[in-house]
Design a protein around this ligand. Structure first.
Ligand SMILES: Nc1ncnc2c1ncn2[C@@H]1O[C@H](COP(=O)(O)OP(=O)(O)OP(=O)(O)O)[C@@H](O)[C@H]1O
Ligand SMILES: [Mg+2]
Length: 311
């Protein structure tokens, strides 16, 4: 439903996006993660025909960007970083204006449905300019979806929202996914990405790695078996080292952490050895590296890709 091949965008002599390949299927939420300035918004703007790529090709809902731009725009709903609402129009008028641009039928019913879903129906006759940041964001989300687009791009949809509103929007996105939409979600919220996205791409100018949250995490370092005992005695330590050697072992405050590809095979013997050595075993756990660890491993903890002066 979305496909990009070798897509690129240069602004002057700066490459914002380079050699980007991706494919998003109907019923899929595809997450774009990356540091500030990584090119996420630029990618979204190219795939929605808002700006022209300087390299490569892409198709959205079967329409080629650059050739079939009007059809691309009809196929997509896009929530941009800046909501771009008319401050002097009311919530309902904003949606009506947008609906007329798309020549939508049953417009009043659509407006009512989306404003109700997002908790703004009571405020439908208030000017958008009088709304809080989060309310504007919700109104912009309503506008994004008003024409039932098969392909949806959401650039940080929950960034301005309180926890319960963010939850409403996340459930909403899950509903869109289950209804067979293809969704691209840019987010800095790793937990959100993990919960919502079928696949996650970590990008910095290009896609560094793509996979499910599970496969991304499994690729890094692998699992650790963590055994916590009440008190580390020389006998307990000897039992652990005797069982697993000390190569893959770290020991912190009564916890032994052992990197292993097969925690289930290791755990029973290790616990038996510890008990035989007189240790009180409090917990046996398997820890996987977090998505955050994977992200930091790929993009580093260094300064943002594009450190800018204060505006
Ligand atoms: N209109 C423009 N003119 C010049 N440079 C631009 C323009 N738009 C984006 N850029 C540059 O392209 C790069 C990528 O920006 P982009 O907005 O795509 O990043 P992003 O991943 O969305 O970051 P953020 O997480 O901060 O939203 C940056 O270096 C930015 O300065
Ligand atoms: Mg952005």
């Amino acid at each position: 439903m979305i496909r990009a091949e070798n897509l690129g965008k240069r602004f002057g002599d700066r490459a914002a996006v380079e050699a980007l390949d991706l494919e998003v299927a109907p019923g899929e939420v595809f997450g774009l993660l990356g540091p500030n300035g990584a090119g996420k918004t630029t990618t979204v703007r190219m795939l929605t025909s808002l700006i022209a790529p300087t390299a490569g090709r892409a198709w959205v809902n079967g329409h080629a960007i650059g050739a079939d731009d009007a059809a691309v725009r009809r196929s997509v709903g896009v929530l941009t970083e800046v909501p771009g609402l008319y401050a002097r129009l009311t919530a309902a008028e904003n949606l009506r204006f947008f609906g007329r641009l798309h020549s939508l039928d049953d417009l009043d019913a659509r407006i009512r449905r989306f404003l109700t879903l997002l908790g703004l129906w009571e405020r439908r006759d208030d000017r958008a300019g009088s709304f809080s940041k989060g309310m504007r964001q919700k109104l912009a989300i309503a506008r994004t979806l008003l024409h039932d687009p098969p392909v949806v791009f959401l650039d940080e949809p929950t960034a301005a929202l309180d926890p319960s509103a963010a939850r409403v929007v996340r459930d909403f996105i899950a509903g869109l996914r289950d209804a067979g939409r293809a969704i691209v979600l840019c987010t800095h919220n790793l937990d959100e990405a993990q919960r919502l996205c079928n696949r996650i791409a970590i990008m910095q100018r290009t896609i560094l790695k793509v996979g499910t949250a599970e496969t991304l995490r499994a690729e890094l370092a692998g699992d650790q078996l963590v055994v916590t005992i009440r008190e580390v005695t020389p006998a307990a330590r000897a039992a652990v080292v005797g069982g697993v050697g000390d190569a893959a072992l770290t020991e912190v405050d009564g916890r032994f952490a052992i990197a292993t590809a097969a925690p289930d095979a290791l755990a029973p013997g290790l616990v038996r050895a510890l008990v035989a050595a007189g240790a009180d075993v409090l917990r046996v756990e398997v820890e996987r590296p977090s998505l955050e660890a994977v992200y930091l491993d790929l993009v580093g903890e260094a300064a943002p890709a594009d450190a800018e002066d204060a505006l």
